[in-house]
Write a protein that binds this ligand. Structure first.
Ligand code: NIG
Ligand code: FE
Length: 421
């Protein structure tokens, strides 16, 4: 059966090539086989259904091809139309947007670092070394404990409108342990990233650890992952180490992502652009040369304002990047250290309030931008043929995502045309 969402007060499709932030008023959207089959004005629905029936069902010239049976609009005639029945859902003037694409998370871990957060709020700076605390807790957890935590977080993401998400390893930092985290992550998403190069673990010798990340650990994680990532930052990995690790992953067919320029200016952004990374994430401290390098590349700048919220760093300047022609994505970076939130609506509110983005740009960055950062064409938009992943907001306009921060506005979530919540 097909599903028709009608009564959409404001529809964001991200499918208008001329204006990526355009919306449609009084719209409807038809879903067939989990994909968007038609998008248009609600007023055009009867003609559209009649056309489709005459094309697909051979009922040309019928004066009244459809009639209501309860909430279901079915073709008239002798029992030949069951497969063409259309379920209608009237969303009552609410806004509909594509499901969020959260292209940067670290969801497989154990433990909690709320004490570090509290200390930061009274002036203690964020330090990458805190990662090692989560590593110790994660190593001590069983598969079932990690899986239960992961599933709870996935439910949290879905409830907040996220329909596609990436998950990184990086909280074990041993050969078997990183493979275990990759395997568990692959149970919940196709977008798994190998982040053996998160930090050098306690007690390890630097050079030997980089060798391990490039060889045995990569081989062990490889069956479960699509991407390789490195934390290229003072206190984590140098430019040379990062390049070696990223090239080792790329040689095994993995796509490249980079954590760069989070805690200060550094080589991460330019390395990412030079290696053709799909995305460089954080981009909080950028030189003019960094912005120029990104603008001339295919690399998406993924901004993670949950980190600045939670570490009291200055927010990245999205306006500067967009004005320079850089493609910007927003993601949550959900992790227990620097940003323990899975809320894409919060990222949109922060981007609009603190980073110079318009609401339209922020919604695009949290949906289509995330899809570009994952090099996906099937999600992040609601053009015909796209996966029917969408959110019905309990609001008349997407503006409310920034205008009403902290309010649960995600009403219904559909993934591949199936309602999740
Ligand atoms: O993306 N920057 C590196 N990794 C995470 C933080 C991890 C942690 O503090 O546990 C991030 O912010
Ligand atoms: Fe991260």
């Amino acid at each position: 059966m097909s599903l028709l969402l009608t009564g959409i007060g404001e529809l964001t499709t991200n499918a208008d090539a001329a204006d990526r932030t355009a919306t449609l008023a009084d719209a409807a959207l038809l879903i067939e086989d989990g994909r968007v089959a038609w998008v248009g004005a609600a007023a055009d629905v009867p003609a559209m259904l009649t056309d489709r029936e005459s094309t697909h069902g051979g009922r040309e010239n019928s004066a009244h091809p459809f009639s209501w049976r309860g909430d279901v609009l079915s073709p008239n005639g002798a029992g030949d139309g069951a497969s063409a029945a259309v379920e209608i859902v009237d969303v009552g003037g609410r806004a509909v947007i594509p499901g969020f694409v959260d292209s940067h998370t670290h969801l497989v871990f154990a433990g909690d670092r709320a004490d570090e957060f509290e200390a930061r709020m009274t002036g203690t700076p964020y330090a990458a070394g805190g990662i090692r605390r989560t590593v110790a807790a994660t190593r001590a957890a069983t598969d079932d404990e990690l899986r239960a935590r992961l599933q709870k977080l996935v439910a949290e993401l879905h409830a907040q409108g996220t329909t596609t998400f990436e998950v990184k390893t990086g909280y074990d930092l041993t050969v078997d342990g990183e493979a275990r985290l990759a395997r568990l992550a692959a149970e919940v998403t196709d977008e798994v990233t190998y982040l053996g190069a998160h930090v050098v673990p306690e007690g390890a010798e630097r050079e030997a650890y980089v060798d391990l990340v490039c060889a045995a650990m990569l081989d062990a994680a490889h069956p479960h992952v699509r991407w390789v990532d490195v934390f290229c930052e003072r206190g984590a990995f140098t430019a040379d180490e990062s390049e070696r690790i990223l090239r080792a992953g790329a040689d095994q067919g993995l796509g490249i992502r980079v954590h760069g320029n989070q805690l200060g200016e550094g080589p991460g952004v330019q390395l990412a652009a030079r290696l053709g990374a799909a995305s460089v994430d954080h981009c909080t401290y950028l030189s003019d040369d960094d912005v120029t390098a990104l603008a001339g590349s295919e690399t998406v700048a993924t901004l993670l304002p949950g980190v600045e919220f939670s570490t009291r760093q200055p927010y990245p300047d999205a306006r500067r990047l967009i004005d320079a022609g850089v493609t910007v994505a927003l993601a949550s970076d959900c992790n227990p250290g620097s940003s323990f939130t899975s809320s894409m609506p919060l990222m949109i509110a922060l981007a609009v309030r603190e980073m110079g983005m318009t609401v339209g740009e922020a919604v695009w960055a949290a949906t289509a931008g995330g899809a570009r950062a994952l090099r996906r064409r099937d999600v992040g938009h609601l053009g015909v043929g796209a996966s029917a992943d969408l959110v019905v907001l309990d609001a008349p306009s997407r503006r409310h995502l920034a205008y009403r921060p902290g309010v649960p506005l995600v009403r219904d979530v559909y993934r591949r045309g199936i309602r999740l919540s």
